[in-house]
Write a protein that binds this ligand. Sequence first.
Ligand SMILES: C[S@@+](CC[C@H](N)C(=O)[O-])C[C@H]1O[C@@H](n2cnc3c(N)ncnc32)[C@H](O)[C@@H]1O
Length: 249
Amino acid sequence: MSYGRNSQYDDCFDTRTSLQFYLDLARETTGDVLELGVGTGELLFKIAKQGRDVWGIDRSSEMIKEAKKKRRNYYPEISGRSRLVVADMLSFDLGRRFGFVYGASSSIQGDSADDLRGIFRTAADQMVEGGTLAFDIMSPHNLRRTVNVPPEERELPGGRIVIRFVAQSYFDGDETAAFNILYKEHIPGRTKHDTHREEAEVAIITPGVIDDALDYAGLSRKAMYGDFAHSPYGEESMWIVVVAEKDQA
Ligand SMILES: C[S@@+](CC[C@H](N)C(=O)[O-])C[C@H]1O[C@@H](n2cnc3c(N)ncnc32)[C@H](O)[C@@H]1O
């Protein structure tokens, strides 16, 4: 997604249904690993624990700072094998070639479908031939609706409680969806609340747009799933999950 989530709440609302999918896929690949839009790094750190050298980029310096803090506190053993860099996935050069590049939790779903071509071309330039690119995005079926998601509550360290409210709106004119997210944080028994708001706009991306962008970047689609259990993608799927390979020169 094209917004930086509130990094302090990033992990506590993360259901991480995609974790096993990416961990299994990583095991099928070789070479260095790169995550596009790494957020606070949870998935990348778990792949590093498989013994891989990993890189993560994110355009939000706040996310990279949070990821570094998490690595220091919970994953010190992988710090020599992991690099975290502030960079935009539309245009970056890490000066190396990766065997596995991925974008998890809709991180590549920008506010314009045209961005995909740039993201894939930039990634492909830094992949070995035969290397794997994988990503997931929210499906058109998932995004073409206007809904209020039921509020969710989580407990934070120190007994603080945070409640998240999400309103999703669909704009059929320009084929985008917007998310308005409100976090309300309080300590039980006290009346004072802290409120944080976020807004995000995402482009609705179809399988046709994905295939066009992959082709432009010299990548071939190997699989398209509708969820992280490898179910085939269909019009009512909530996700588009893609695995592609960099073509031989
Ligand atoms: C929804 S979060 C996902 C984080 C992580 N991949 C995960 O699975 O938890 C999306 C992340 O992508 C980052 N992001 C969005 N657009 C980006 C861009 N153009 N370049 C680099 N990072 C980007 C955001 O800052 C955010 O941290």
